[in-house]
Ligand binder design. Sequence first.
Ligand code: ATP
Length: 224
Amino acid sequence: MSRVGSHLVGILGGTFDPIHYGHLRISEELVETMSLREMRFIPAGAPRLRTPPLASAYHRTTMVQAAIQNNSRFILDEREIHRPGVSYSVDTVRELRLEMGEDVTLCLVMGADAFMKLAQWHDWHDLFGLCHIIIAARPGHGLTTRLDSLPQVPREEITHRWADSLADLESAPCGLIYIAPTTLLDISATAIRTLISTQSSARYLLPDAVLDYIETNHLYSGEE
Ligand code: ATP
């Protein structure tokens, strides 16, 4: 049986502190171009590789919900928030792999900045037996092509994994790496938090519903 798009499920993990149009736009483009059945937004509980989020898990989850509420293919998945201890993406992918069954191909989406640090991820080798990795290029973070340097990922471990096209991805159930031609958007949660903490406008970098929530709950302003 040939593998068609509805078998592909995207996974976008992040701190979402807060969620912004960078996350949303790459997700929309991937859902459309890869014919993903859905994109699962998975807020991290306690990330290991970075400083703790400023906003609580509750606020970050509520902001994701507000941002994706009108898109039936965008799904909020709260499992990492509810799982005790450090959030490891590989545990999440293992769980989804078991839940979704063999007919589904999982595509773990990450920005180029996250991919550059792949070798620091817990059990990162195991990901290749569970899912494909989809990289969204990000301004200022290299990796617009596979020839860019990957300082922390041993090159020999990934050289044979590059997919040239979506057709390649559909030919294998897992283990390939694909640089998706998504729109480059120089938007980060860090920049948004800085704008808000300095009483500057963050409008049009994230949905109004999220910005309203931030204002109502005095997030990132230093008042919380
Ligand atoms: P921060 O500035 O706090 O580090 P962030 O903007 O990178 O946050 P995260 O929630 O940490 O947001 O990102 C979740 C995932 O989305 C990561 O894989 C990250 O690389 C990716 N991502 C975030 N913003 C963009 C963007 N503008 N373009 C492409 N990928 C992005």
